[in-house]
Design a protein around this ligand. Structure first.
Ligand code: NAD
Length: 473
């Protein structure tokens, strides 16, 4: 079994304690990682703090070149990284609609390259005979990054690359379910970046919470669940450490009665089921007009029954297992609750009888708002289809949720759909698509889906503070 070390100050670190990482397609361990504790958090933050002055003074061009070199290292190791991502997350190499570990590693390269090219402009507010006033963006210092298990490498890239590009140093703590791709990334980076610029420590919540409460951390960037996001904000409050929080979503998709069902059904299915529904901005509540309700339920059921579920390492697999036992338990609990709430299971509804954490792709009709499967984020291969009659009412129902990550409207009239999409209370609204992210467009949640945005210049600015410089003449 391959073993992976933490990396602090550019060097591999062993704690003497290890933990096994399970492949969810088999239920067996496939890698062993060094387990960190609070003392490693202290070492890593000290190393990042010591590296900050020199790193923050490197020129834009130097940082750009080094970040391109990181993209090159990911690209050179793409097959290995894809295999790691598939074994730790369960997601297929290819996947439904091409959404799998190939996309995760390919997207990591693309995001890194794009972020390398970003420039932070100096804004000139005033320039006359009295004074010149400039607004500069300064790096913050040590950034703590805490990541979840669903897109471990991609999300690590989303945190690390803009933080470094803006001139910060980083300590990252991956999810203990999926630490391997991050540990390998930092190992590769240790051959490129100066010591201490990027460090990785492992561990559970207490290691994460030591990091977010650390007085020498200037910024926390967190992606994960809403309850953990609240705990992180509370612990960061002790030092008034700023936070970007990308939290859970329970995204609504509203299908208008003018869609071509045959054309739209596979897109809706992929939006809900890619990565087994374990994507923050997957379509999780599907609102369908009564005039097309049975037709769309039948089309979704057909797709769910025919999608290829299996080990992600096998060619042709479209959906893998659920990533871990605890998440499988959540899905089973929601299934039981949907049954007692009168849900009609038009596809799936139970575990698949094989090793690993496999669950049938499940489509549930006849539930409505106020039931757990509709109101809560399931984060698994299950979607409720909810009937509506009135468009005004359905917008109001879609917005009647604590979370507000993404939302979509599906129609053959994009302008009409766009007007409705803008009324959804969410950070990203799509027309005839859902969950489509790109490195140049800001992404983030409203309400309890978080605060702040990632990607593009908007995202880069979150890793900076403003310094206003006034030169009186
Ligand atoms: P989680 O909140 O359980 O864990 C995320 C990370 O936080 C892990 O590394 C964990 O070890 C760490 N952690 C746990 N307790 C902590 C504490 N007290 N202090 C600091 N760190 C702590 O989330 P998860 O189950 O790994 O991920 C699934 C969730 O993430 C879903 O709700 C999903 O919607 C959300 N998510 C959101 C986005 C987004 O961009 N908005 C993207 C992906 C996933």
């Amino acid at each position: 079994m391959q073993e992976f070390d933490m990396y602090i100050n550019g060097k591999p670190v062993q704690s003497g304690k290890t933990f096994d990482v399970i492949n969810p397609a088999t239920g067996e361990a496939f890698a062993r990682c060094q387990l960190g504790d609070v003392s490693h958090v202290d070492q890593a933050v000290a190393a990042a703090k010591a590296a900050f002055p020199a790193w923050s003074r490197t020129t834009d061009e130097e940082r750009k070149q080094l970040i391109h070199a990181l993209a090159g290292a990911i690209e050179a190791n793409m097959p290995e990284l894809m295999q790691i991502v598939t074994m730790e997350t369960g997601k297929p190499m290819g996947g439904l609609n091409g959404i799998g570990s190939g996309m995760e590693v390919g997207g990591s390269i693309a995001w890194t390259q794009y972020t390398a090219e970003l420039q932070l402009p100096v804004d000139v507010i005033q320039d006359n005979e009295v004074a010149r006033v400039e607004v500069h963006r300064k790096p913050l210092g040590v950034v703590a990054s805490i990541t979840p298990w669903n897109w471990p490498l991609m999300i690590a890239i989303w945190h690390v690359m803009p933080a470094l590009r803006a001139g910060n140093t980083v300590v990252i703590k991956p999810s203990p379910y999926t630490p391997v791709s991050t540990m390998r990334l930092v190992q590769l980076a240790s051959e490129i970046l100066p010591p201490g610029v990027l460090n990785v420590v492992t561990g559970e919540g207490e290691v994460g919470s030591a990091l977010t409460a650390h007085p020498d951390v200037q910024k926390v960037t967190f992606t994960g669940s809403t309850p953990t996001g609240k705990r992180i904000m509370a612990s960061a409050a002790g030092n008034l450490t700023r936070c970007t929080l990308e939290l859970g979503g329970n995204d609504a998709g509203i299908v208008l009665p003018d869609v071509d069902v045959k054309e739209v059904a596979p897109k809706l299915f992929a939006a809900a089921f890619h990565n087994n529904g374990q994507t923050c901005a997957a379509l999780k509540r599907m609102y369908v007009h009564e005039s097309q309700y049975e037709e769309i339920c039948a089309a979704m059921a057909e797709l769910a029954k025919n999608v290829v579920v299996g080990d992600g390492l096998e060619e042709g697999t479209e959906l893998g297992p659920i990533q871990n036992q605890a998440q499988l338990d959540i899905v089973e609990d929601l299934v039981a609750s949907a049954r007692s709430d009168g849900g009609r299971f038009v596809a799936g509804g139970k575990r698949i009888d094989r090793a690993g954490y496999f669950f049938e792709p499940t489509v549930v009709a006849d539930l409505t708002d106020g039931t757990r499967l509709v109101d809560e984020e399931p984060f698994g291969p299950i979607v409720p289809i909810i009937k509506y009659t009135d468009i005004e009412e359905v917008i109001e129902r879609a917005n009647r949720n604590d979370q507000g990550l993404g939302g979509s409207v599906w129609s053959s009239d994009p302008a009409k759909a766009a007007a409705l999409a803008q009324r959804l209370e969410c950070g990203s609204a799509w027309v005839n698509d859902h969950g489509a992210l790109q490195p140049d467009a800001p992404f983030g949640g409203v309400k309890q889906s978080g605060m702040g945005v990632e990607f593009g210049l908007y995202g880069l600015e979150e890793f900076t503070s403003i310094q206003t410089l006034k030169i009186t003449k």
